[in-house]
Design a protein around this ligand. Structure first.
Ligand code: NAP
Ligand code: ZN
Length: 347
């Protein structure tokens, strides 16, 4: 067994605290990764605080992992010791269903296995995530990372990056389209960067007036304060696509009304309570709501390669592991620019 250091939550109300546990010895198809950086996703906070229900403790969160290969199993040929790699939101799937066969592991019919807070496919091990010094993962769920990039800023690509890249690609975002991004946080700021990189005219829809200058710096043309009724009215039926990354409870209707003919609301935010939808706002302009969950391993690699080619990385605040509880408090207050990333050397 491989001993690792970590930060873990012991219950929904306890702060994260130092924790030690064992990773499994390598199976033939496994890769062992020494973790350098792990991003702090709002999903970590939702699950630590059991906001979605069913959380398991102790819980080591973290699914935006970048590190170096420390060892490989006997059957692994794709990676060697010292390679720079990433691990994202899923670490396994059934590998045989029609979705897995079609490179949609994230939509595995049996359910893909989460990097933490999930029962692994052996039926007894609860997965533990990246707020730790190392992880052992099946090679198929390990991604190649170009080490010419700033690795702390690459870590968030493994969740915030792919979760915004995938729906924007699915919706065919390109030059000439008007795209709105709701919520300028970890996912939102990546959504802006990708939509700009794909050539769209991008608007940020935010509750935080203080984020206007950053929105423009990230490439947005317009900044819309969603609490201002006049501004919202002005953009009625304006957008082709709106990407909703909001983590808190909210209502879809106000955003739907901003979509033009056959406009699409792409939903990736996962608030604790189900958002309300007014059917009249949906039938007007034949609008639709489309959900999207992370991306496949193939598409995640495509996204990482796109980022390396176009020099797209996250805007990060690198923190020490001991600062994680403070970072969670700031996340709840929308006070992050724009992703916290833990430096695992501080564990
Ligand atoms: P985050 O960094 O905290 O950003 C969320 C943003 O939402 C905030 O910065 C804020 O932006 C906005 N917001 C907060 N409260 C709001 C409210 N009451 N009304 C409107 N906007 C509000 O969170 P994140 O890490 O980007 O994650 C966002 C959500 O995506 C979370 O629910 C997370 O669990 C989910 N997620 C989904 C997937 C997936 O596969 N679909 C993957 C990862 C994460 P402004 O200050 O600009 O308003
Ligand atoms: Zn995430």
């Amino acid at each position: 067994m491989i001993s690792v250091k970590a930060y873990a939550a012991q219950s929904a109300t306890a702060p994260l605290a130092p924790f030690s546990f064992e990773r499994r010895d390598l199976r033939p198809d496994d890769v062992q990764v020494n973790i350098l950086y792990c991003g702090v996703c709002h999903s970590d906070l939702h699950q630590v605080r059991d906001e979605w229900g069913g959380s398991m403790y102790p819980m080591v969160p973290g699914h935006e992992i970048v590190g170096k290969v420390a060892a490989v199993g006997t059957a692994v040929t794709k990676y060697k010791v010292g390679d720079t790699v990433g691990v994202g939101v899923i670490i396994d799937s059934c590998n045989t269903c029609k979705h897995c066969q079609a490179d949609y592991e994230q939509y595995c019919v049996e359910g893909a296995t989460g990097t933490y807070n999930a029962m692994e496919r052996d039926g007894v091990t609860v997965s533990q995530g990246g707020y730790s010094s190392g992880i052992v993962v099946k090679g198929k769920f390990v991604l190649k990372v170009d080490d010419r990039l700033n690795l702390s800023a690459v870590a968030p690509l493994l969740c915030a990056g792919i979760t915004t890249y995938s729906p924007l690609r699915f919706a065919g975002v390109k030059s000439g389209m008007k795209v709105g991004v709701v919520g300028l946080g970890g996912l939102g700021h990546m959504g802006v960067k990708f939509a700009v990189a794909f050539g769209a005219e991008v608007s940020v829809l935010s509750t935080s007036p203080s984020k206007e200058a950053d929105a423009k710096r990230l490439g947005a043309t317009n900044f819309i304060l969603t609490t201002d009724k006049e501004q919202m009215k002005q953009y009625g039926s304006y957008f082709d696509i709106i990407l909703d990354t909001v983590s808190a409870n909210h209502n879809f209707t106000g955003y739907l009304n901003l979509l033009g003919l056959e406009g699409k609301l792409l939903v990736v935010g996962l608030p604790p309570e189900a958002p309300k939808v007014a059917p009249f706002s949906l039938i007007s302009n034949r609008r639709s709501i489309i959900g999207s969950m992370i991306g496949s391993m193939k598409e995640t690699q495509e996204m990482l390669d796109f980022c390396a080619e176009h020099n797209v990385v996250a805007d990060v605040e690198v923190i020490a592991a001991a600062d994680i509880n403070n970072a969670f408090e700031r996340l709840v207050k929308n006070d992050v620019k724009y992703r916290f990333v833990i430096d695992m050397n501080t564990l």
